[in-house]
Design a protein around this ligand. Structure first.
Ligand code: IMP
Length: 177
């Protein structure tokens, strides 16, 4: 793909803001008395996580994990590993994973399995976007923002080759799909 490629808006910043508010209300309902541990998956979820937690007006903790799945291209290798581990023990905690996008599902099912083995009290998933048409393994998304078409999307934390994370809207790259 050339560096001339132009992103165009799929979900605007206003739509994102409204969706994050809706998700925060659902999460508040379920977690306000639980002092949950929110685990953000780096790097893609950082912007979503930052906006979401500002709307959660109850006691919680944060941690981050970094996984390698995609290299610098677009296809998942299917081989996932933890490249930056958690700092907090999760045994007995109410854990909510915050993900940017569920695509094939391979990354998140690896992570949910990895976390489940560490015996949290509960384990749920919040994903900003979902591309169900690409799924290779079944995944339950407890809190979902947007269902996206089968196109490569960027912005609001999501990258293509480390670029476009800073776009305030979720965009598709022109000429895609
Ligand atoms: P999966 O293992 O195929 O579900 O891929 C999950 C990871 O791939 C996400 O956390 C993203 O980092 C990346 N990814 C998948 N689809 C997209 C996309 O459309 N745009 C940007 N990143 C994507």
């Amino acid at each position: 793909m050339s560096s001339q490629v132009k992103p165009h808006i799929l979900f605007s910043r206003e739509q994102i803001e409204a969706k994050v508010k809706k998700l925060a209300a659902e999460i508040r309902e379920d977690y306000q008395d639980k002092h949950p541990l929110l685990i953000g998956i780096l790097k893609g979820s950082f912007m979503f996580m930052a906006d979401l937690i500002r709307l959660l007006d109850f006691s919680l903790e944060l941690d981050f994990i970094r996984l390698s799945s995609y290299g610098r291209g677009r296809q998942t290798s299917g081989k996932i590993k933890v490249v930056q581990a958690l700092r907090c023990p999760i045994k007995g905690r109410d854990v909510l994973v915050i993900e940017d996008i569920v695509d094939t599902g391979l990354t998140i099912s690896f992570l949910l399995d990895y976390l489940q083995k560490r015996k949290p009290a509960s384990l749920k998933l919040c994903a900003l976007t979902d591309k169900p048409s690409r799924r290779q393994v079944p995944v339950t998304i407890d809190y979902l923002g947007f269902t996206a078409p089968n196109k490569f999307i960027v912005g609001y934390g999501l990258d293509w080759d480390e670029k476009f994370r800073n776009l305030p809207d979720i965009c598709v790259l022109e000429g895609e799909g």
